[in-house]
Design a protein. Sequence first.
Length: 334
Amino acid sequence: MFAAPTAPRRHGAAADASLRQKRVLTRMRVVDKFAILTLSLSLALIGCTSQGLNQSTTSMPTSNTVMTSGLVTSAPLETATSSQTLPVYWLGSSNDDVFLYREFVPARSSDDPIVAALRVIMGGKPLDPDYFSIWNNPSRLGASISAKNVITIDMSADAFSNKVDKGIAERSISQLVYTATAAAAMAGLVDTSTSIQVSILVDGHTGYNAFGQLTLEKPLTRAAQFVAPVWIIDPANGSHFNTLPLKVAGQAISPTGTLVWSLSHVVGDKVGEHYLSGTVTIEQGPNELGEFSFTLVPPPGSYELSVYVEDPAAPGKKLGLDTKIVSISEPSAK
């Protein structure tokens, strides 16, 4: 349903690497007015669920270079864990596109993990105010898993009551698919060695016209092109620490295999003076979605942590920018 574009013909390893690098950079370059997601935009999106929709969340960003697909070509499943948390995916703007980002929330419901996770994205609020969801909390929601690794989600039509454009509709359906498969995988309810499909029923039937944009006819799999190109997984937005070092981890893709990070002071609700910056490498190398991690030892205070790809053709432009607000306090007295 959301097929990625056909890859260009390859002419040897060197040409292939050059084409992939150009592809990554071309898709990550955007017009300047969307290049930096400032704190003011973050604050504007606080509580941006079905009760607080606006034009910026119901339609794709408009620019001269709108991306039609993302950079990621594969989206590995989460692994089973005994942790009492639920994986949930949100939509989030980065430059002139909208991508999927994951958060973990406490498992506080007696519902099965798939239903509980879907209830969060349909009626809850993300920890990071840069993220949002356009789903309504449905009056009826259920989930089941077949012996063939197919997750069936059955919900009432009121979940789709918001009007959105096709781009947001596609990403919202993928948001549901990612959340359902992540919750099932982490709970050990599916065989993660084979493909997992999600069939979406509305009032018990297939063929529903979701958001007036997409017909839900066939089972769906994860659409890798919607995964964020840069994504800070730890720390979560709003985290508070009284012990150091501050450990930062995430996943990203970069044409050089290198990312830039920065730490800026936050005073009140405004990002202020730049404090520290550096680079970090992606473990899997250039042009591959992979993991990154580093540690910081800042003095007490509030900070905006940023991670991004620096565009070599336009120094200073931040591509795929993701940010988190964190605070550091004096160590607790023993």
